[in-house]
Design a protein around this ligand. Structure first.
Ligand SMILES: Cc1ncc(COP(=O)(O)O)c(C=O)c1O
Length: 430
C-alpha cells in the first residue's frame, strides 16, 4: 500500500473537513433501530435495506442513517463520522450546513416562511430571479421557479413547446432528467425506471447516442415528419456515468439548433453551481462558451433547500404569453422564500468569489490522488480516507471537468467554503 499523504491543517471536525472515524459496526445499534422503524413506515420501494429485503434486492448493507452533517462530514446516530463524497447528491456545493446558508435561512424564517406560488411573489423570489439572471451567461433573463430538478426540466419542456409550437424532444442515451412522469419520457437512464409506468408516459422523446456525430444528428432530423421542439442535454452526464461531452460537440448542437430552429436546453441540475469546476458549464470555456436557450438548475442552487429553476431568454419565454390571473403553470411552493433567500453573506463565498478557484485546485488534487488510491485500495473506506487526506494536503494541480463531475468538486468546495466561512464570519454581508 502507498503511504497516506500527510495531513495539513484544514482537517477539522468543526469545519467538516475531518477524516472518517468509525466507532463500531455500521449501522450501529442506534442506526439499526432507525432502519427498523423505516422498514415499518416507508414504502418498501424507496430506501434499499438489507435485513428485510436481502433475498429480493441483494443489497449488502443497511443504509447509514444521517443524523448531522457539516461541511464534507456526516455523522450517524451512533456517532460514526463519514466523508460525503457524493456532495449530498450534488446539493452541498457549499458544504453541508454552511454557516452562511444557515444564517440566511434563520433570517428568512423570522421574516416570511411561505410565499404564494404565482399569486403574490415573495420579495426574495424576485431577488433570486434577478441574481440568477446576473449569474447565468448570455441573455438568460427570465425564470420559472420550481421545487425539484424534474419540475425545472418540465418547465423547460413546456416552454419549448409553447415557443416553437412543436412537441418532440431529442435527448441522449444515458441522459437523466428526473423521475416525475413528465420527464421520465426524456430520461434514457434507465429503462427499468420507465418500463413499469409506460402506460402513463407521453413518449415524446427520441434518443441518440451521447456524442452522436453531426452526420447522425442531421440524418435523424432529416428523417422526422415534424422537427422536434428542442434538444435536451446534460453538458456532463451525471447519473449516466459522469461522462463529459466530446470536445466541440455542444457547439455543434448549438449550430444545429440555430440552423433548424430548435431550442437548446441544458440540464445543469447536476453540473450547476460549481459542481464541475466552473459556476455553470453553460457559457464556460469547457463547452466552447456555448449558451443554451433554456438552462435548468436545481440541487446546488440552494445548498440544501428544495428549489429549482428554468431560466431562458426573454424571446423564448415570450411563448407563454401574459398570465391573465390564473397561470397555466405554477405550484404551491414555487420559489419558496426560505430556499430562495440569497445565501452568500461573505464575498469570497459568493458564486463569483475567491473560494471557487481554491476549490478547483483542491478538487484537482483530490481527483489525481484519489485515482491513484482507487487503483491500490478498492475498499470504499480506504477511498474515503485517501480522498479526505488528499483534500486536506495537496492543492496545486489543474482541474479538468472530467475529473470533477464525480464529486471531488463538491468535497473540495465544501472544504474551501467551510474554511472560508470560518475566516469570514466576523464580517457577514447581507
Ligand atoms: C441532470 C439531472 N436532471 C434532473 C434531475 C432530477 O432532479 P430531482 O431529483 O431534484 O427531481 C437530476 C437529479 O439527479 C439530475 O442529475
Amino acid at each position: 500500500m502507498l503511504p497516506l499523504p500527510p495531513l495539513a491543517g484544514v482537517a477539522d471536525a468543526e469545519l467538516g473537513t475531518a477524516l472518517p472515524e468509525l466507532l463500531g459496526p455500521v449501522p450501529g445499534p442506534r442506526g439499526q433501530q432507525w432502519v427498523d422503524l423505516l422498514a415499518r413506515h416507508e414504502c418498501p420501494g424507496i430506501t434499499a435495506r438489507r435485513a428485510r429485503r436481502a433475498e429480493s434486492s441483494g443489497v449488502g448493507q443497511d443504509p447509514v442513517v444521517w443524523e448531522r452533517a457539516v461541511g464534507s462530514n456526516v455523522w450517524d446516530p451512533d456517532g460514526n463520522r463519514f466523508v460525503d463524497l457524493g456532495g449530498g447528491f450534488g446539493v452541498a456545493c457549499a458544504g453541508h450546513a454552511n454557516p452562511s446558508v444557515v444564517a440566511a435561512a434563520h433570517e428568512q424564517l423570522d421574516r416570511l416562511v411561505h410565499g404564494l406560488g404565482d399569486a403574490y411573489p415573495a420579495r426574495v423570489r424576485i431577488e433570486l430571479a434577478a441574481a440568477l439572471a446576473e449569474l447565468t451567461p448570455g441573455d438568460l433573463q427570465q425564470v420559472i421557479f420550481a421545487s425539484s430538478g424534474s419540475e425545472a426540466v418540465e418547465a423547460a419542456l413546456k416552454t419549448a413547446v409553447l415557443s416553437t409550437g412543436r412537441s418532440g424532444i431529442l435527448a441522449f442515451e444515458g441522459g437523466y432528467h428526473g423521475m416525475s412522469l413528465g420527464v421520465l419520457s426524456a430520461s434514457h437512464y434507465r429503462e427499468g425506471f420507465r418500463a413499469p409506468f409506460d402506460g402513463l408516459l407521453g413518449g415524446y422523446a427520441q434518443w441518440l447516442p451521447f456524442g452522436a456525430t453531426q452526420e447522425q444528428l442531421r440524418e435523424f432530423l432529416a428523417a422526422q415528419d415534424e422537427l422536434p421542439a428542442a434538444i435536451l442535454v446534460e453538458p456532463i452526464q451525471g447519473r449516466g456515468g459522469n461522462r463529459c461531452a466530446p470536445a466541440g460537440w455542444l457547439g455543434g448542437l448549438r449550430s444545429l439548433c440555430d440552423e433548424f430552429g430548435l431550442l437548446l436546453i441544458f440540464d445543469e441540475i447536476f453540473t450547476g453551481f460549481g459542481r464541475a469546476g466552473s459556476l455553470f458549464q453553460s457559457g464556460s470555456a469547457e463547452v466552447d462558451s456555448v449558451v443554451p436557450d433554456l438552462l435548468c438548475l436545481g440541487k446546488g442552487m440552494s445548498s440544501g433547500f428544495p428549489i429549482s429553476a428554468c431560466i431562458g431568454t426573454a424571446e423564448v419565454m415570450a411563448g407563454w404569453g401574459m398570465s391573465r390571473g390564473e397561470a397555466i403553470h405554477t405550484s404551491t411552493f414555487l420559489g419558496h422564500p426560505v430556499a430562495a433567500r440569497p445565501r452568500w453573506r461573505c464575498s469570497s463565498c459568493s458564486p463569483r468569489g475567491g473560494c471557487w478557484s481554491e476549490a478547483r485546485s483542491l478538487a484537482s488534487a483530490w481527483a489525481r490522488a484519489s485515482k491513484r488510491w482507487w487503483r491500490v485500495t478498492p475498499a470504499a473506506s480506504a477511498r474515503c480516507v485517501a480522498a479526505a487526506r488528499c483534500v486536506a494536503s495537496a492543492c496545486s494541480l489543474l482541474v479538468t471537468p472530467s475529473c470533477c463531475a464525480g464529486g471531488c468538486c463538491s468535497v473540495a468546495t465544501s472544504c474551501c467554503r467551510r474554511v472560508c466561512a470560518g475566516r469570514c464570519s466576523a464580517s457577514p454581508r447581507r
